[in-house]
Design a protein around this ligand. Structure first.
Ligand code: GAL
Length: 698
């Protein structure tokens, strides 16, 4: 119960962070509605004579809202200052006539040709120095003051027109804000803003030289205007990792700043409408945590099946359980309001190969979102395009524009299920205590991701892969997980897992120490605390600042070349590693959990645990190939802490939400639900087939 009360506080506090939005408006996402489903529609691409028919058919599929406008700048402003919103207003009306709400978008992902030709300086410049051109999307440079001016104008006009429209429910800023595979802009505008950010961050160039380690290779600067964006295309040897880290930080801040600029305009001219942007699945260039105070709702885009093999023989038709689940757990804690802004409706067009999802999988993904406490799911897209670069992309209807596609039928089924589940909503339902007892904060920071990847030390290392080995283990244990950044309060979670937390400061070490001393169970892993926040090694023994915290020393680490594997023994079993292995030296009172089995350090510890105050700290210094050791050790920690973990297949996800247990099966074999005899099944059966779902109350 203590945890429950705390979670309620966090949700409220998180929502109150919205800049002028205040606490989340209860009308936006009524709790008893739980999840709502909608669809993308592009009126600008279809004859006006079909709009009413399409809206009526969208409603017939059960959809509760429509999403429009993110690529429609040309149609909103065909010539400079000539604003045309009647067509959009007509569609808002048509949606409203069907009882559907509307999400509108700012169109900044696709500047119109007149703007690009008049002001080519708004275009981004890629790493090779080439200016990108009109004819696609996300080619604009949001560091360009001219571009920001034009964006301000169109967004202002758009929101002035629709900001008080009662049918407009919320706003999406831009679309998957990024430059996709081109990553960053190296334009003069971006360079100027990067320099300014450095000026503000460091104050003097001496301080910057120190932080960037300018004494190495004579990389000293005399003033900020001498600094360029570090670019491996124009540098003969490796760039300074500190310059790279700062550039990645700046780019993420700049992106968040641009989102904030648009959010401010929306808030200024609208009333009672929420603001989001649709983030891509774990995109290293854009850090959502930097916008945690500026958006009301956190949404992301998900295309689980696009030719990746994933696990199991059906994995390529089902998607990745850990990726899907992790993103929900990352998006939700910011404000408590989260969802999928784009979800695949069938085959996509952009993978190397684009298989058909397993029948049932689309319905299952939606129900996974439900289980993960998402408040909305929106599908990309209603109609299959008849022209354009996404011509092979399925929609909810076939190319004839009216016949529901197989995916369309699965969306309709999911909506019917949700409508049925709403009837069983019980506002008094309380999270089961044994589930709550496993609640885990999964602590990440993009700084660590950037810095490790700038200096991986071994091609066998994957930062996200490392995170996922732990995350996946947690989900096999049926632990509810919040993926959070350290600016959030983790002190009340019974467990904290902080994987490969490479850049650390005294304050965080202090907070982690206090957390364990006060009864928390902390799990730290290899590559933690090697460096300070500038990415410099500590002038101490290797990672010494955490020796007291982990109850051990780390005299050295080893890396094995591709093709060579090492072995670790733990709990009477043998595990295989290859990428990163730290050799530990326990202090008195520290228990050894795993030992290396070969190489010149055979018999020496690879993982340790000890009591610290009223809690425990466990340090796992080795990164195994399949994450099995990590799973076994986490299991042990939770068990010893009295939080009896489950033992599910990693692709079988089970979570609790609003009184409902929800199981979704992304494994290639049927799985039995972990439910007592008294379970009351509302969706599916006790055995869940691949791509299947079960929802029950207990
Ligand atoms: C998304 C994008 C959409 C659409 C979709 C196609 O990444 O945001 O605009 O292109 O892919 O699958």
């Amino acid at each position: 119960m203590k945890w429950l009360r705390w979670i309620a506080c966090v949700l409220l506090a998180g929502g109150a962070g919205g800049i002028v939005a205040g606490a989340p408006n209860p009308d936006w996402f009524p709790k008893q509605q739980m999840l709502t489903i909608g669809v993308y529609y592009y009126p600008e691409a279809w004859p006006a004579s079909q709009w009413a028919r399409d809206m009526a058919n969208i409603h017939k599929l059960g959809m509760e809202y429509v999403h429009m406008g993110e690529f429609a700048w040309y149609f909103m402003e065909p010539q400079e200052d000539n604003y045309q919103f009647d067509w959009l207003e007509k569609n808002v009306e048509l949606a409203a006539k069907q009882g559907m709400k509307v999400i509108l978008c700012t169109p900044s992902a696709t500047p119109p040709i007149w703007l690009t030709r008049k002001h080519p300086e708004i275009l981004m410049v890629d790493k090779a120095g080439r200016t990108m051109d009109h004819g696609s999307r996300e080619q604009a440079d949001w560091s360009s003051p001219v571009y920001r001016e034009y964006v301000t104008k169109i967004v202002t006009e758009l929101v002035k027109r629709f900001g008080h429209n009662p049918h407009v429910w919320g706003w999406q800023i831009d679309n998957e804000l990024s430059h996709y595979g081109r990553h960053y802009s190296y334009s003069p505008a971006a360079t100027a803003k990067f320099r300014n950010w450095l000026r503000e961050t460091y104050g003097t160039v001496d301080r910057l030289n120190q932080a960037w380690g300018g004494a190495f290779w004579s990389e000293m600067y005399q003033n900020f205007d001498q600094i360029d964006i570090p670019n491996t295309e124009t540098l003969v040897a490796d760039p300074s990792p500190h310059a790279m880290l700062d550039f990645e930080r700046w780019f993420a801040h700049e992106t968040a700043d641009y989102l904030q600029m648009q959010a401010n305009i929306i808030r200024k001219y609208s009333q009672n409408q929420w603001v989001t942007t649709n983030y891509m699945t774990l995109n290293k260039d854009v850090d959502p945590s930097l916008s945690s105070n500026n958006l009301d709702v956190f949404t992301w885009t998900h295309y689980p099946v696009h030719g990746e093999m994933n696990e199991g023989k059906l994995g390529f038709r089902l998607g990745s359980a850990e990726q899907m689940s992790f993103m929900h757990d990352f998006m939700r804690p910011f404000t408590g309001l989260s969802g999928l802004m784009e979800l695949q409706p069938g085959q996509v067009n952009w993978g190397d190969v684009n298989p058909w999802p397993l029948p049932g999988a689309i319905h299952m993904w939606i129900m996974r979102a439900f289980g993960a406490d998402a408040r909305l799911v929106c599908t990309y897209r209603y109609r299959q395009p008849l022209f354009g670069s996404e011509i092979y992309h399925k929609g909810l209807v076939e190319p004839d524009g009216v016949t529901p596609s197989p995916g369309g039928r699965e969306y309709a089924q999911a909506m019917r299920d949700i409508v049925e589940l709403r009837k069983h909503y019980d506002s008094n339902a309380r999270e089961p205590a044994d589930y709550t007892a496993r609640r885990t904060a999964f602590l990440i920071h993009y700084d660590n991701w950037w810095d490790i990847d700038n200096h991986p030390q071994t091609t066998r290392w994957s930062t996200v892969g490392h995170w996922m080995r732990y995350y996946r283990a947690l989900k096999t244990m049926m632990a509810p997980v919040d993926v959070i950044t350290p600016d959030r309060d983790f002190s009340k979670y019974p467990f904290v897992v902080a994987p490969a937390y490479q850049l650390i400061d005294d304050d965080l070490i202090h907070r982690l120490t206090a957390y364990a001393q006060n009864g928390g169970h902390l799990i730290l892993t290899c590559r933690t605390a090697e460096k300070d926040p500038n990415g410099h090694l500590w002038e101490t023994l290797w990672a010494e600042p955490i020796y007291t915290l982990i109850g051990a020393k780390i005299p050295f680490y080893d890396l094995l070349p591709p093709g060579v594997v090492g072995h670790v023994n733990a709990a009477g079993k043998n595990f295989v590693w290859g990428s990163w292995g730290e050799i530990l030296e326990p202090q008195q009172g520290t228990e050894v959990l795993a030992k290396y089995a070969d190489q010149f350090y055979a018999g020496r510890p690879a993982a340790v645990t000890h009591k610290l105050g009223r809690g425990t700290v466990t340090y796992i210094g080795v990164d195994t190939l399949d994450g099995e050791l990590e799973r076994v050790l986490l299991h042990r920690v939770y068990e010893s802490a009295g939080a009896a973990p489950a033992n599910l297949d990693p692709n079988f996800l089970v979570d609790w939400r609003d009184g409902f247990w929800v199981a979704t099966n992304l494994a290639s074999q049927p799985e039995a639900i972990p439910a007592g005899a008294s379970a009351h099944l509302l969706v599916g059966g006790r055995e869940v087939p691949p791509g299947g779902v079960a929802v029950w109350t207990q």
